[in-house]
Design a protein around this ligand. Structure first.
Ligand code: ZN
Length: 244
């Protein structure tokens, strides 16, 4: 069984289409989405329509919660807040109803799924080993998939209890050892922030016990043009070219 793990799509339909095409080439039979379907980009309705047709699991991120009035945008910067206000105005009743049903945490046979962290699934960023340790301590999962930071990373905890952080490079397979615990982040489909402008996602092979991040080039110009034409802050278009 092969699963494509996606996160932080942020209304970027061009990036999503490129990732789904690559996931199909890699033999994906299901798709898990770790939240932030909307926010920042110009295609919230298109992205939700595409994702809801797929088999798998979908979580809400803080932006999806904010778009459906379940997260206080006081915690958002001005640009993110503007994009959420725009998103609320343009989504139709169906899209709103779909997003309003999503929650930031889920469970599958192959692991725990959260948007932010195990401690705070909606909002906490797992950016270092101290925060990662708190998530390992909070529950007894063996593998947990998380998003929110827009960085393809992994935190591992072996028997001795030491927690280590690792950057997940394009195409490098991680072997999942049953004696080790994992927190795995696929990176961001629609707004990568690690300096690589290509969309990021993770392929999980449950039988082979491997996880591999893939980076996928997509039509950034088209996504940027839509953002500018929508009247969204231009910085949201500019950053896509930089991957920051
Ligand atoms: Zn996000």
């Amino acid at each position: 069984m092969r699963i494509a793990v996606l996160s932080d799509i942020h209304s970027n339909l061009e990036a999503l289409e490129a990732v789904l095409a690559r996931a199909a080439d890699e033999g994906a039979e299901a798709t898990w989405v770790l939240g932030d379907l909307v926010g920042y980009g110009a295609d919230p309705v298109g992205v939700v329509e595409r994702l809801r047709a797929l088999a798998g699991a979908i979580l809400a991120g803080n932006h999806d919660l904010a778009a459906t009035d379940r997260f206080d945008t006081r915690w958002f910067n001005a640009v993110a807040e503007k994009a959420i206000r725009w998103t609320r105005e343009v989504i139709d009743v169906d899209t709103h109803a779909f997003l309003a049903d999503l929650v930031p945490r889920g469970r599958t046979d192959a692991g725990l799924l959260v948007h932010g962290s195990v401690v705070d699934p909606a909002a906490e960023y797992i950016t270092d080993t101290t925060v990662a340790r708190a998530s390992f301590d909070a529950e007894s999962f063996s593998v947990c998939f998380f998003g929110h930071t827009h960085m393809p990373t992994m935190f591992v905890r072996a028997d001795g209890g030491r927690v280590e952080g690792v950057v997940l490079a394009d195409g490098v397979a991680v072997r999942i050892d049953p004696a080790v615990r994992y927190l795995l982040n696929p990176g961001s489909v629609g707004q990568p922030r690690d300096g690589d402008r290509r969309a990021s996602f993770l392929m999980l092979d449950i039988d082979a016990r491997t996880a591999v991040v893939h980076r996928v080039a997509y039509d950034i110009d088209a996504a940027q043009t839509k953002i500018r034409d929508a009247g969204l802050p231009h910085v949201l278009a500019d950053r896509l070219a930089e991957g920051r």
